[in-house]
Design a protein around this ligand. Sequence first.
Ligand SMILES: Cc1cc2nc3c(=O)[nH]c(=O)nc-3n(C[C@H](O)[C@H](O)[C@H](O)COP(=O)(O)O)c2cc1C
Length: 192
Amino acid sequence: MSKKVLVAYASKAGATAGIAGAIGTELTARGHDVDVLDVNRVKNVTQYDVVILGSALYIRRWRRDAVRFLRHNADALRGRQVWLFHSGPVGPDKDQAQDMPPAVRRLAQDIGATPAVTFAGSLEPDTARGFLARRLASSDLAGDSRDWTKIRAWATGISTAVEAPEHSTNHRPATTRSRKHATRPPAGHFLG
Ligand SMILES: Cc1cc2nc3c(=O)[nH]c(=O)nc-3n(C[C@H](O)[C@H](O)[C@H](O)COP(=O)(O)O)c2cc1C
């Protein structure tokens, strides 16, 4: 059965926005009524059956706007089907699952959402903003590591899960369930 779906994202350089767009396209193709919005443009989550939220990772943190969205909408999100993702790892670490920042983990637990899935990100000289980003974008981390097959498969899993008659809230598709207590990645490129 078709659902009203929000795909909200917090992106600085556009990579996470692109992932959100791909998720939206997949869910639309599967018959759902989907809005893909910058998290700052979301007015009211209560009109949605399903909420998907994604943030870029910067220095192991989510974008402030995404955290604020979770905090401000916690009551409404508690009664909805919520999936989370973050986009970050690039270069040699692109397949390394990333921990949820502690504040995000607490909020996710509070609303009953399962942990965020990690999608590889993108770091391009053309879109890098700021000294550090430009420096990293001219290193071996540069390039688009986004895995569109994995992203589409995750969206397909959500579609299947929310259509299932026995679906209860906030269950991540089994194929993409991430480890609840993912091991911390080695201090690497983004911490010096
Ligand atoms: C200064 C800086 C810090 C970053 N920190 C992290 C990090 O802690 N963890 C991670 O996985 N990726 C990190 N990244 C990679 C970004 O998350 C990646 O480029 C992401 O796709 C950017 O998303 P956006 O284009 O939507 O802003 C960092 C990138 C930059 C430029």
